[in-house]
Design a protein around this ligand. Structure first.
Ligand SMILES: NC(=O)c1ccc[n+]([C@@H]2O[C@H](COP(=O)([O-])OP(=O)(O)OC[C@H]3O[C@@H](n4cnc5c(N)ncnc54)[C@H](OP(=O)(O)O)[C@@H]3O)[C@@H](O)[C@H]2O)c1
Length: 413
């Protein structure tokens, strides 16, 4: 385990001062739910959202936050109006988001979706905060940079992602050299048993119907394609001191065992829990202690059977693509994330098909490689520039696809 994961979080008698980035999203709302049940233990310094002013204002009022921030500046007036009569400060824009992330606090919950989460997460890391990290894109895009900065500034990275949180709970730092491999489990998503042809015809409506987890739209689609598991593989590579070929993925449809660590003596240690993100979030908020969570408890006797199977990389090529991007390095994972963000949005607005998400992502990396745009993302600026290249190339690939489709439709008339 990296140095930054080993450092125990200093706990004091006073409440833990928290910033929640992405408080209005799925992880953000689960975090707010936990805070509201332990009001004595936490003090909310700032809450950040993109545009959901009503929910943000309601959270800020109920938790007594000092500051509420929207990333989209066109929503500032609405936020100000909604919070008038309170002494909650309001702010808007990307700079304000980064400033909120760096406010004096003990912990920052990084739960913005996408590459937009990188700059504020890095700002919090550079203040030496404890980071409850849900925004896996920070590590996918700039894992080396984020972990190096965490070490330099003595920031503690606590993984919220259920699989990485599971590994964190059972990974014995003192026996890191005796770990043979770690295993991330995957539910397999809604298309686990579907044929390639059925998957190709999948609609946004069915792809958004995850069998076990309630999550934001982007991660739900990424779970259906297994791109999410590919991102998690890259995330695990940066969090745990193991080469990529010792990070395995196992499909486990019940989403009960979240992660496993195999040691040299043959022991396989696992963490189990109901599929409720409040458990791993609470683990991070309270670490190295524990707090009460009213999530469902597992009833193993009632469940009876837990099953595991190998992922089918033929029907779910995203996993192989993510492994290849990690092996290629030089910013290929940044391109993969940018292209996936653009392609998932295009799929949700029905401009491309489900399987196009992965092919657009692959084409984007190939195009960047051909044009010599791939470069090590060793600063925030380089990472953001690569992200912009990925967005431009993937939009182009989507346009080419649409033009090709229109031409084919025209030709057949
Ligand atoms: N959901 C899960 O169970 C889960 C599990 C593991 C990991 N994660 C990771 O956690 C992160 C959040 O996922 P989620 O499912 O909670 O997403 P979500 O429900 O879509 O919520 C995203 C949050 O980010 C905010 N946001 C979006 N763009 C922003 C921007 N440019 N600047 C500032 N804030 C912005 C949104 O604000 P608005 O509401 O105003 O749009 C919202 O608060 C992702 O990285 C995901 O991979 C999620």
């Amino acid at each position: 385990m990296s140095e930054s994961l080993k450092a125990p979080l200093e706990r004091r008698d006073e409440p833990l001062r928290l910033v929640v980035l992405g408080s209005t999203g799925s992880i953000g709302c689960s975090t707010v739910d936990l805070i509201s049940r332990h009001l004595d233990a936490f003090e909310v310094v700032a809450l950040v959202a993109n545009r959901n002013v009503d929910r943000l204002a309601e959270q800020a009022r109920s938790l007594g936050a000092k500051r509420a921030v929207v990333a989209d500046p066109t929503y500032l007036a609405a936020l100000r109006e909604t919070l008038s009569g309170t002494d909650i400060e309001v702010a808007a824009g990307e700079v304000a988001v980064v400033e909120a992330a760096a406010m004096p606090a003990d912990m920052v919950v990084a739960a913005i979706v996408g590459a937009a989460g990188l700059a504020p997460t890095l700002a919090a890391v550079r203040q030496g905060r404890a980071i409850a990290l849900a925004n896996k894109e920070s590590l996918v895009c700039a894992g080396k940079l984020v972990m190096a900065e965490a070490k330099r500034h003595k920031a503690t990275i606590l993984p919220v992602d259920s699989e990485h949180n599971a590994l964190f709970q059972v990974f014995e730092a003192d026996n890191a050299g005796r770990v043979e491999k770690v295993i991330l489990t995957a539910s397999g998503g809604p298309f686990r048993t579907w044929s390639k042809a059925e998957i190709a015809a999948a609609t946004p409506e069915v792809a958004l119907r995850h069998p076990n987890w309630q999550m934001g739209a982007r991660i739900t689609i990424d779970s259906a394609s297994m791109m999410n598991k590919g991102f998690e593989l890259i995330e695990a590579f940066h969090l745990f001191p193991l080469p990529a070929d010792r990070i395995d993925v196992l499909v486990h449809p019940q989403s009960t065992v979240h992660g496993l660590v195999q040691y040299c003596d043959g022991s396989l240690l696992a963490q189990l829990g109901a599929p409720d993100m409040r458990t791993p979030i609470a683990h991070c908020l309270a670490w190295p202690n524990r707090i009460q969570v009213l999530a469902a408890r597992l009833d193993l006797a009632n469940m009876g059977t837990l099953t595991f199977e190998k992922p089918d990389v033929d029907r779910f090529p995203a996993l192989g693509l993510a492994r290849a991007a990690l092996a290629k390095g030089k910013g290929a994972p940044v391109l993969l994330n940018a292209a996936d963000e653009i392609a998932v949005a295009a799929f949700l607005s029905q401009r491309i098909g489900f399987t196009d998400i992965v092919s657009i992502s692959e084409q984007t990396i190939e195009a960047a490689d051909r044009s010599g745009d791939l470069i090590e993302p060793d600063t925030l600026e380089v990472t953001l520039a690569l992200d912009a290249v990925g967005r431009r190339l993937s939009r182009q690939a989507i346009e080419n696809l649409a033009t090709g489709t229109r031409a084919a439709a025209g030709g057949s008339r």
